[in-house]
Design a protein around this ligand. Structure first.
Ligand SMILES: *[C@@H]1O[C@H](CO)[C@@H](O)[C@H](O)[C@H]1NC(C)=O
Ligand SMILES: *[C@@H]1O[C@H](CO)[C@@H](O)[C@H](O)[C@H]1NC(C)=O
Ligand SMILES: *[C@@H]1O[C@H](CO)[C@@H](O)[C@H](O)[C@H]1NC(C)=O
Length: 368
């Protein structure tokens, strides 16, 4: 079984897109920089040089991306790309693996497919960059920024204006808790205990990021993992027990966001409700073919596209690109919902990524 995963979204694609169509405001981004932490929903090449089967730098991945296969786990742009566009950036944040000689002042993408909150997650596939390691990499980048900007105080002020997103945790289920042959966790703890263990670790990781100067932080919850093609039951239906286990994580995550907002009062944290985004875009009748667009491997890199095969041609009509990842059009629709988060749809709490980007970190201090 492979990694990652994602929020998949059932949506009447055309209807949703037309609701949220707005031209990208190119050239004048809302924030000076954007840093991305996460797994394959956001990875844009960090796993390419690692010894792991969790990589996507071969065709047909990237068939709709201008540069072709880059390591993104979809046919075109991924979640981080769409959020960068919505924020008004002209380009995408470079993968940490390639930052040598690149401009890091606009942000860096640290995301690594198959990674998780726990260090052990995804190891059965080879090397990955765990969330703890992603945070170490960010520490190195902040030191480089101090050298570029010239002094620590100005760098701190700069980092406080940046946006930070976290979309991680799916693999702690798919590539850890659900693999008793590799990891004993499911024998040692109940689903609720496991969710609490993840949240405890996540809490420390988010506090570490705060200490590195972050003040605008969006945290994505988990979607319906039990409904991705690679995890469906034999009769093709969603695995409800897995969906319920994952909801326990979400239920603990929202209070963590409240706690962090209270304790770290100069920062803004938001919770992106991926469940709500999925539900609010799901058509009343699910009649869609849930098979993925590309032919997926059943052996090595199970669930990933078979290298070199020609995928479906009508890619905008497929929710899933491979067995675990949505197609570009779904990333686009869900990113727009997370960004605009109409409060009536409860897509993000207490507000969406677009509003988070516009917050002034001092605002909250003054109110209190
Ligand atoms: C890559 O990983 C595999 C399995 O994890 C291991 O057997 C192999 O020795 C590794 N190769 C290198 C070059 O590290
Ligand atoms: C997310 O949204 C769903 C659907 O609106 C709602 O039932 C659920 O309680 C929300 N989750 C959290 C953690 O707020
Ligand atoms: C994908 O798999 C189907 C059925 O297994 C097969 O008929 C089709 O030719 C494959 N597509 C490619 C491009 O190989």
């Amino acid at each position: 079984m492979t990694f990652v995963a994602k929020q998949w979204v059932f949506l009447p694609v055309v209807g949703v897109l037309s609701l949220f169509l707005q031209p990208f405001a190119l050239g004048n981004p809302q924030v000076p920089c954007y840093f991305i932490f996460g797994d394959s929903q956001d990875d844009n090449g960090n796993n390419n040089y690692l010894n792991t089967t969790a990589k996507a730098n071969y065709p047909p991945y990237g068939i709709d991306f201008p540069e072709g296969p880059t390591g993104r786990f979809t046919n075109g742009r991924n979640q981080a790309d769409f959020i960068a566009e919505l924020l008004g950036f002209e380009g995408y944040m470079p993968p940490f693996a390639n930052i040598k000689g690149q401009d890091i002042t606009k942000g860096v993408n640290y995301a690594s497919a198959a990674s998780g909150i726990l260090d052990q997650t995804g190891r059965q596939l080879g090397d990955i960059v765990s969330l703890n390691q992603q945070l170490q990499n960010h520490r190195r980048v902040t030191s480089q920024l101090v050298r570029l900007i010239g002094n620590e105080a100005a760098t701190k002020e700069y980092l406080a204006k940046c946006l930070y997103t976290f979309a991680i945790g799916s693999n702690d289920y798919i590539d850890s808790y659900l693999l008793p042959e590799y990891y004993p966790t499911s024998r040692l703890c109940t689903p609720r205990q496991f969710a609490r263990m993840l949240i405890k670790e996540y809490s420390q990781q988010l506090r570490k990021l705060y200490r590195l100067g972050a003040r605008k932080i969006a945290i994505f919850g988990l979607g319906f993992l039990g409904c991705v093609p690679g995890l469906l039951s034999i009769d093709g239906t969603c695995v409800d027990s897995l969906n319920s286990e994952v909801q326990l994580f979400n239920e603990e995550l929202k209070p963590l966001v409240d706690e962090l907002n209270t304790e770290l009062s100069s920062a803004h944290f938001i919770y992106v409700n991926v469940t709500a985004i999925t539900l609010s875009t799901m058509p009343a009748e699910i009649t869609i073919d849930k098979s993925p667009c590309c032919n997926v491997s059943t052996t090595v890199s199970a669930g990933q596209c078979i290298p070199g095969q020609i995928p479906c041609s009508n890619r905008n009509q497929y929710y899933f690109w491979d067995d675990f990842h949505p197609s570009e059009i779904v990333y686009e629709a869900s990113s727009r919902l997370a960004y605009s988060a109409l409060s009536s749809l409860l897509n993000a709490y207490p507000f969406g990524i677009g509003s988070l980007a516009d917050t002034d970190s001092r605002e909250k201090l003054e109110i209190q």
